[in-house]
Design a binder for this molecule. Structure first.
Ligand code: 5GP
Length: 191
């Protein structure tokens, strides 16, 4: 049996802060594997089932919670999101870097359970800039944008909390310039 042990990297940040772009860049590294979450939210244009998310009906998702299939799960903006358990275990056992892109409540569950890893929070330069990016992105309705801005304000506060005397995130990076932010995250993962 192999004793290789990879590294877990958790990346969070409000919608529009740039975390998906950071993750997209990290995924290009051959040693990185990416967690495909399950969600009850509806599929957006261009998203593929089993690649971007496992799109599940709510009762199916809830059944899987009962079966303890998720490493963590949380409700975000009225939908459920969860990390399937076994891909991470398998990837870490093979010595891979395993990337989770999850929101703050899910991260807190991992911290509370003492799951070892590098926890990174990508913050926007300001709330106004975040709103501007969400509007520019054009993939959300106006009401949903305001809802996401409100969630972002909560997440920015929650990200600075401590869990068991330890900061929830090891590093909080303000994403002013994407290339710089990516370099900073890479330097943390591969010092
Ligand atoms: P979106 O609907 O924009 O794809 O994702 C909404 C939020 O859910 C984002 O903050 C994203 O990082 C988070 N998210 C995606 N998958 C998971 C997951 O498996 N668990 C948790 N806790 N959050 C997730």
């Amino acid at each position: 049996m192999s004793t290789a042990r990879g590294r877990l990297v958790v990346i969070s940040g409000p919608s529009g802060a740039g975390k998906t772009s950071v993750c997209r860049s990290l995924k290009q590294r051959p040693e990185v594997e990416f967690s495909v979450s399950a969600t009850t939210r509806r599929r957006r244009e261009g998203e593929r089932d089993g690649v971007d998310y496992h799109f599940l009906e709510r009762d199916d998702f809830q059944k899987r919670i009962g079966e303890n299939q998720f490493l963590e799960w949380a409700s975000y903006n009225g939908n459920l999101y969860g990390t399937p358990r076994w891909p991470m275990d398998a990837a870490l056992a093979r010595g891979r870097t395993f990337l989770l892109e999850i929101e703050v409540k899910g991260t807190r569950q991992l911290r509370e359970r003492g799951v070892e890893g590098l926890y990174v929070f990508i913050a926007p330069p300001s709330i106004d800039e975040l709103r501007r990016r969400l509007v520019h992105r054009g993939s959300n309705e106006a009401a949903e944008i305001e809802q996401r801005v409100r969630i972002a304000e909560d997440e920015l506060l929650a990200a600075r909390e401590a869990v068991g005397g330890r900061p929830l995130y090891d590093v909080i990076l303000e994403n002013v310039d994407l290339a710089t932010t990516i370099r900073e995250v890479e330097a943390r993962i591969w010092p």
